[in-house]
Write a protein that binds this ligand. Structure first.
Ligand code: GCU
Length: 679
C-alpha cells in the first residue's frame, strides 16, 4: 500500500545504493530484549524497517551470547548497556544514544537509553538515518526532547465528524471500541512515536460531556492500551459543565464543594481505567462553551478546580487561552492577553495555558501571540494548527514548517534579546520543568491519513519541531521527502525548494502584507473579503481589513487599538512604527494609505496586486517542478499531487482575482501597469 501513501514516512522502501553490510556493523544481527510491549515494538519496527531497507529481516538474539551488530537496550534490560548507566542518566526519561563502538572486538551499533521508550525512539531515529542515507560509520548521536508534552489535539466528535478536519472521518471508531482495536490505532501510534509525539487528546475542544461517561472512558482506555507501548498518553477534552450534564448537579461552579467532589470522583474513575491518563484539555468561555465565567469566576479558578482533581494522579490541565467575548467593539486580537496575563502566578503547578501561535486564529501569517513572554510564572503551551483550516484545507500544497519555525524563532524580548518563543515554550526562559506543544491534528480515515500526500509533511514537521523547536524547517522537509518519496538528491532538492516557498505563496495569494481572516464565512475555504453583517462583527472580513477609500489595514498601533502595547517595549516600538514594522505584518498593525511607498518602490496598492499575482505564479512553478518529477515518483502518488496542484492553481487565481476586484471596488484604483492577471 506504499503508493497510496498509507505507509507515511515509514515506507522503508527505497534501499540505499550503499550496502549497509559494508559498514562492517552487520545490521542483520540484532541483540535486543523482547520482554515488554515497548521492547517488542522496537523489535517489530526494526524487523519491518531493516527488511525493507536491507532486503531481508534481521536475526534477533535476546543475549547474552554475543556482541556485534545492533545492540538495543537499557541498563536494566541489557548487559551490554548496563555499564553505561551513569552516562545515560543525563538523557532523562525519553532521551537516547546511538553509538558505533566495539564490543568484544566486533563493530557494534548501540541504541541505548534509560527507559524502553528511549530505545524505541532511538530505533526510529536510526531507521530515519538509514532512510535518508546518513553514514553510520562512527555514528554518535545523543537526543533528548526539549519539550515535555508533545501532543496532538484531535478535534474529533463522538459521531465521527472531525471539526476542521479535511482527511475523512475520525480514526476512532467509538462504535466498535473498546472490543475491536483497529490495527490503524497501532499504525497511528507508530507514526507518532517515530516523531516522539507522546500525547493524544482524543476528542474535540468543543467537547461533548458524554466523552467523560463511563462507557466512553472504557473506549478511551482501550486506545490508551494500544498507545501505551509507544509512549503515548491519552488526554481528554473536558466540557466544563459536565457535572451538570453527566452528574445531574445544579451547577458547575468551581467553588461549589459538590462540583469539586464530582471532578475528584471523575478523576479517580478515569485513573482506575487509564492509570497513565495525561489530563484534560479545556476550552472554556470561548465561542459559546461553558466555563467558570458563567459563575463569575476566573479562568484560574476554573483551571485550578480540574488541576486539583488530577494532581494526586499526576495529571495536567491544558487550559486554552483562545477566548474572546462576543462583543468586540475594541479589538479581538487583544482579548486573550487581557483575560490571561493578569492570572500569571494564580494557577496550580499542573496547569499549562495553551496559547495559539498568533492572537487571532491560525491565519496564514500572524505575529506571535503577545502572551508568549508575558506569563513568566506559568508554563505556556504552544498550539499550532496542523490541519489547514485557513490554508486551503488538504487540497493546497502548503508546507507549514516555515510557519512553525517563524513563530518559534520570534523574539519576545521578554528578558532581553534572544528570548524566543521557542525558549518560552520549552520552559528554558523561565525555568519551567513542565512544558508543552500541541498540534491540532490533520488526521482522519483517508487513505493518505492527512487528506493529501503533502499534508503528511505537516504532521511530520510538527512532531519533529515538538521534539526540538530549534530544528530547521528545511532540514525536516529534506528528511520527510527522502523518507516519503526517495532519498535521491535529484528528487529531494526540487521538492524541498517547492515546499519551502509554498507557505509564503499562500500568504501572497490569500492575505498578503499582514491581511488576515478574509476567508469565506464559516467554512473558511476560498476568498470572502466582502463578508459583512451577521451575528458578530469579528466573524466578518470587513472587521479585519477595514478597507476604505483612503487605505487598508487594522490600526493596532498606539494610535489605534493599542494591541502593540501587549508586546515587550522593544517589540512594541517596532510594530508601532510604520517605517519599522516588517512589511509582512504591515496591515496587521496599521491602516495604511493606498499610495504608501513600499520598500520595493511600489505604492501599497501596486505591491498588493504584485503579491497576489506572485502567489499564483508560485503555484505555476510548483506545477512545473512536479512535472519534471514524472517517472521519478510512482504513478499513483504523482498523479494525485498533480491533480491537487491543478486545483490549487485555479483557486489561487480565484483568490487573487476576487480579492483584487473587491478591493478595487473600494479604492477605485486601476490595475498597476504590467500587472496583468495570470492567464
Ligand atoms: C477556530 C475554529 C473552530 C475552533 C476554534 C478553537 O475558531 O474555526 O472550529 O473550535 O478555532 O480553536 O476553539
Amino acid at each position: 500500500r506504499a503508493e497510496d501513501g498509507h505507509a507515511l514516512w515509514l515506507r522503508y522502501a527505497e534501499a540505499r545504493p550503499l550496502d549497509m553490510e559494508d559498514t562492517g556493523i552487520g545490521l542483520g544481527e540484532v541483540t535486543a530484549p523482547g520482554a515488554t510491549p515497548t521492547q517488542r515494538a522496537a523489535r517489530d519496527e526494526l524487523r519491518r524497517g531493516l527488511a525493507g531497507l536491507l532486503g531481508s529481516a534481521p536475526r534477533f538474539r535476546e543475549g547474552p551470547g554475543g556482541a556485534g551488530g545492533l545492540v538495543l537496550g537499557t541498563p536494566d534490560s541489557s548487559p551490554w548497556i548496563a555499564p553505561m548507566r551513569r552516562e545515560l542518566d543525563g538523557l532523562g526519561e525519553e532521551g537516547f544514544l546511538l553509538r558505533e563502538t566495539r564490543v568484544d572486538g566486533r563493530k557494534t551499533l548501540l541504541v541505548a537509553a534509560r527507559r524502553d521508550i528511549g530505545v524505541l525512539y532511538g530505533v526510529f531515529h536510526l531507521l530515519r538515518l538509514m532512510q535518508t542515507g546518513v553514514e553510520l560509520d562512527g555514528l554518535e548521536v545523543r537526543e533528548v526532547p526539549q519539550v515535555k508534552l508533545r501532543v496532538l489535539d484531535h478535534w474529533d466528535n463522538l459521531d465521527g465528524y472531525v471539526e476542521r478536519g479535511y482527511a475523512g472521518r475520525s480514526l476512532w471508531d467509538w462504535h466498535t471500541l473498546p472490543d475491536w482495536r483497529d490495527p490503524r490505532y497501532t499504525d497511528y501510534a507508530r507514526a507518532n512515536a517515530s516523531l516522539g509525539i507522546n500525547g493524544s487528546v482524543l476528542n474535540n475542544v468543543n467537547a461533548e460531556a458524554l466523552s467523560l461517561s463511563h462507557a466512553y472512558l472504557r473506549k478511551a482506555a482501550a486506545l490508551a492500551d494500544v498507545f501505551r507501548p509507544y509512549g503515548i498518553r491519552v488526554y481528554l477534552g473536558a466540557r466544563f459543565s459536565a457535572p451538570i450534564e453527566l452528574g445531574g448537579l445544579a451547577t458547575a461552579d468551581p467553588l461549589d464543594p459538590g462540583v469539586q467532589r464530582w471532578w475528584r470522583d471523575k478523576a479517580d474513575e478515569i485513573y482506575a481505567l487509564i492509570p497513565d491518563f495525561g489530563g484534560f484539555l479545556v476550552k472554556a468561555n470561548s465561542e459559546g462553551q461553558p466555563g467558570p465565567q458563567d459563575y463569575a469566576r476566573t479562568h484560574a479558578e476554573g483551571a485550578n478546580l480540574l488541576a486539583d482533581a488530577l494532581a494526586a494522579h499526576g495529571g495536567v490541565v491544558m487550559w486554552r487561552a483562545f477566548v474572546y467575548a462576543p462583543d468586540v467593539a475594541e479589538d479581538r486580537a487583544r482579548q486573550a492577553y487581557d483575560e490571561f496575563a493578569g492570572l500569571d502566578g494564580a494557577l496550580r503547578d499542573n496547569v499549562l495555558v495553551q496559547v495559539k501561535n498568533g492572537p487571532i486564529d491560525f491565519q496564514p501569517r500572524e505575529p506571535f501571540h503577545p502572551l508568549f513572554g508575558a506569563m513568566p510564572r506559568t508554563p505556556l503551551m504552544m498550539e499550532f494548527q496542523v490541519t489547514k483550516e485557513y490554508l486551503g484545507f488538504a487540497t493546497h500544497l502548503v508546507y507549514l514548517g516555515p510557519l512553525y519555525e517563524e513563530a518559534l524563532r520570534s523574539d519576545t524580548h521578554a528578558q532581553g534579546a534572544g528570548s524566543t518563543v521557542a525558549k518560552v515554550v520549552d520552559g528554558s526562559l523561565d525555568g519551567h520543568a513542565l512544558s508543552g506543544i500541541a498540534g491540532v491534528a490533520n488526521i482522519g480515515d483517508d487513505r493518505t491519513w492527512s487528506g493529501s500526500h503533502f499534508d503528511q509533511a505537516n504532521w511530520y514537521a510538527f512532531g519533529r519541531l515538538a521534539w526540538n523547536p530549534r530544528q530547521s524547517a528545511r532540514d525536516i522537509a529534506a528528511d520527510w521527502v527522502a523518507m516519503t518519496f526517495s532519498p535521491d538528491p535529484g528528487v529531494v532538492a526540487p521538492i524541498v525548494d517547492m515546499m519551502m516557498g509554498s507557505r509564503e505563496a499562500a500568504v501572497d495569494y490569500m492575505t498578503p502584507l499582514g491581511l488576515h481572516h478574509l476567508m469565506a464565512r464559516g467554512h473558511h475555504y476560498g476568498p470572502g473579503p466582502w463578508v459583512d453583517g451577521g451575528p458578530r462583527a469579528d466573524w466578518t472580513s470587513v472587521y479585519y481589513h477595514r478597507a476604505d477609500a483612503r487605505g487598508i489595514g487594522f490600526d493596532r498601533s498606539t494610535r489605534g487599538s493599542d494591541a502593540v502595547s501587549q508586546y515587550a517595549p522593544e517589540v512594541a516600538r517596532t510594530f508601532d512604527d510604520i517605517e519599522q514594522v516588517p512589511e509582512a505584518l504591515l496591515l496587521w498593525f496599521h491602516h495604511v494609505p493606498w499610495d504608501h511607498p513600499m520598500r520595493s518602490g511600489r505604492p501599497l496598492w501596486d505591491e498588493m496586486v504584485h503579491r497576489y499575482t506572485r502567489g499564483v505564479r508560485y503555484v505555476d512553478a510548483m506545477q512545473a517542478t512536479w512535472e519534471t518529477l514524472r517517472g521519478r515518483i510512482d504513478g499513483p502518488r504523482h498523479a494525485h499531487v498533480a491533480a491537487f496542484l491543478a486545483i490549487q492553481r485555479a483557486e489561487a487565481q480565484w483568490w487573487r482575482d476576487a480579492s483584487v476586484a473587491y478591493f478595487q471596488s473600494i479604492n477605485g484604483l486601476p490595475l498597476p501597469a504590467g500587472e496583468l492577471p495570470p492567464p
